[in-house]
Design a protein around this ligand. Sequence first.
Ligand SMILES: [Fe+2]
Length: 85
Amino acid sequence: MIQNHARFSKEILEDAGLTGIAVDITVMYHERLDCKGYTFGIKGDEISQYVRMASIVDVYDALTAERVYKAGMEPIKAFKILKQG
Ligand SMILES: [Fe+2]
């Protein structure tokens, strides 16, 4: 169910009249270059530069954000993890 959230977001955005890059980013930002991501299991050049940038921002936010179940990571540590990936 969690992995379907991007697919559900597509329907909401399209119902609101949004198209193009905004929808692509929303649907694909959990995809990964090595095909280990989700919504559709696409990889490499199938993922646009815009989606790739949004994915980096999403991972950075996930690492540094305070959550009820974890403390936010220091930005420099998050950056090192992003560089390794
Ligand atoms: Fe998400």
